[in-house]
Design a protein around this ligand. Structure first.
Ligand SMILES: *[C@@H]1O[C@H](CO)[C@@H](O)[C@H](O)[C@H]1NC(C)=O
Length: 219
């Protein structure tokens, strides 16, 4: 009896620890966008971001997400260092988001949009800059899977596939498919929270962004 209980308890705690994602450690040092945790599922979590502001690169053509992120990040880093129309410096935030747009075939380059989360202080009036666009998101939902280490081109597809598998058959998958059909172009996004030289406790996330109609059955 006691053995069974202990076993059940340890199984319970194993499941809980598998399904919980932590807030990335970087967010205790620098500003990250706030969100509501809608559901902590098994291998995924659903978040709601109410109204976030991003400064985004124009689409970058590349065969590599890692290279495109580097290109976009250097441009955005200049921007926060004051290379913008107001010569205004902006505090570093996290994550840097690399949005993967659909490509036409295995030998085609993909397009990536790399974005920096604009701190609250600057959201009312982010400095304009050539080659960068301000994006103001309305309420948006994200299905999220966390993974560690350095982001590699050879891993991100598998991480995205694992996220897709973990939400298949849940109430979220139809909302996600519908958002895609409705022309929300991005295939998925990769959120990176660490500076390039951090070697420990690195946190990355795959995001599937989607909308929920109010009154939708998923709520
Ligand atoms: C987002 O909006 C909802 C509904 O208005 C509110 O209850 C919630 O606290 C907001 N969350 C954040 C993180 O601002």
């Amino acid at each position: 009896m006691a053995v069974t209980t202990t076993f059940k308890l340890s199984l319970f705690f194993t499941l809980v620890s598998l399904s919980l994602s932590a807030v990335p450690p970087a967010c205790s040092r620098i500003e990250c966008p706030n969100y509501d945790l809608v559901q902590a599922g098994n291998g995924y979590e659903i978040r709601r971001y109410n109204s976030t502001v991003w400064i985004s690169s124009d689409p970058i053509q590349d065969i590599s997400l890692v290279e495109a992120t580097r290109t976009g990040f250097l441009r955005l880093f200049d921007y926060i260092q004051g290379k913008n129309n107001y010569q205004e410096k902006i505090e570093m935030t996290a994550p840097v988001l690399s949005e993967v747009l659909p490509s036409d075939g295995p030998f085609c380059k993909s397009s990536f949009v790399v974005s920096f989360y604009v701190p609250k202080k600057n959201q009312a009036n982010p400095p304009p800059a050539k080659g960068l666009q301000v994006q103001r998101w309305k309420t948006v939902y994200a299905a999220v899977r966390q993974f560690g280490g350095f982001v590699k081109d050879t891993d991100v597809g598998a991480q995205a596939a694992a996220l897709k598998d973990s939400i298949t058959g849940t109430k979220w998958s139809s909302a996600i498919d519908q958002s895609r059909r409705a022309g929300h172009a991005s295939v998925y996004s990769v959120a990176q929270y660490n500076a390039p030289f951090d070697f420990d406790n690195r946190v990355n996330e795959i995001w599937f962004l989607f909308d929920l109609e109010s009154g939708s059955s998923a709520m």
